[in-house]
Write a protein of this length. Structure first.
Lengths: 82, 137
C-alpha cells in the first residue's frame, strides 16, 4: 500500500468537491490504479477518464506510470488557458 | 521570463524586457478577454491554474523556443483570477535576429500554452457558468 496526494482543478475539482485528497493505492502501483481508487469513491469521475491526462510530480506521464510513496498526482481535465 | 500573476499585465514593459540589441525582430501576442463565446455574451471570466506545474511547463516551452528558433529572449505571462471584458489574459513575446523566427516562435508560444499548460478558464454568462472546453477561445 502506498499513499499519494491528488490535486484537483477546473471542472474535475467541481466534481469531487475538494482541492486535494490523499489516496491509498494497492499494487499495481500505477496511475491507473490510483484513478480506480478515486472513481470508486466518486463514480462520476470515472466518466471523465478519456478526457483526463495524468501528471505526477508536475510532469505529464502515462496512466501506466509507476507511483511511489508521497507522489503528487493531478488528473488534468482539458485545459483552457491562453 | 515566465510569470503567472493575478495583477494586470503591461505589454509595454514586457516588450522592453525582451528587446535586445541583437534582435532585429520582436513579436508580441496579446490575448484579450472578449465579449462573446460560443455565440453567447460573456460577462466575465476566471482563470485558475495548477501553478507549480504551469510554471514548469511554461519554462519548458521557453526553453524549446530558444532552441528551435534561436530566440534571444522569451516572455510568457498569464493572468489568473477574475478578469473583465477587454482585460489582458495572456502575453507571449519573442525577440530574434530576424522577423521570420520572431513570428513563428511567438505563434508557437501561444498555441503551446493553449494546448498543454494546466490553466483553466471559467466563463460567466447571464444565468450560466461554464468551464471552457479549450481549443479556440
Amino acid at each position: 500500500m502506498i499513499h499519494v496526494l491528488v490535486k484537483f482543478f477546473g471542472p474535475l475539482r467541481d466534481v469531487v468537491g475538494c482541492d486535494e485528497m490523499r489516496l491509498s493505492v494497492s499494487p499495481p502501483y500505477t496511475g491507473e490504479s490510483a484513478f480506480e481508487v478515486l472513481s470508486s469513491r466518486h463514480t462520476e469521475v470515472g466518466l471523465w477518464r478519456s478526457s483526463l491526462r495524468l501528471a505526477v510530480n508536475l510532469e505529464y506521464v502515462d496512466f501506466s506510470k509507476v507511483l511511489h510513496e508521497g507522489d503528487e498526482l493531478c488528473f488534468v481535465p482539458p485545459v483552457s488557458g491562453g | 521570463m515566465i510569470s503567472i500573476t493575478n495583477k494586470p499585465i503591461d505589454p509595454a514593459s514586457i516588450l522592453e524586457q525582451v528587446s535586445t540589441p541583437e534582435s532585429g525582430g520582436v513579436d508580441i501576442f496579446i490575448g484579450i478577454v472578449r465579449n462573446l463565446s460560443d455565440g453567447k455574451r460573456v460577462q466575465r471570466l476566471e482563470y485558475s491554474a495548477y501553478v507549480p506545474m504551469a510554471e514548469k511547463i511554461m519554462a519548458q516551452i521557453e526553453h524549446e523556443i530558444k532552441e528551435k528558433w534561436e530566440a534571444h529572449s522569451v516572455a510568457l505571462v498569464h493572468r489568473i483570477g477574475g478578469l473583465s471584458i477587454g482585460e489582458i489574459a495572456v502575453v507571449t513575446a519573442v525577440s530574434a535576429a530576424h522577423r521570420k523566427e520572431a513570428f513563428e516562435a511567438c505563434r508557437f508560444a501561444i498555441d503551446r500554452i493553449k494546448s498543454v499548460v494546466p490553466i483553466w478558464k471559467k466563463e460567466y454568462f447571464e444565468g450560466e457558468v461554464k468551464w471552457s472546453a479549450g481549443g479556440e477561445g
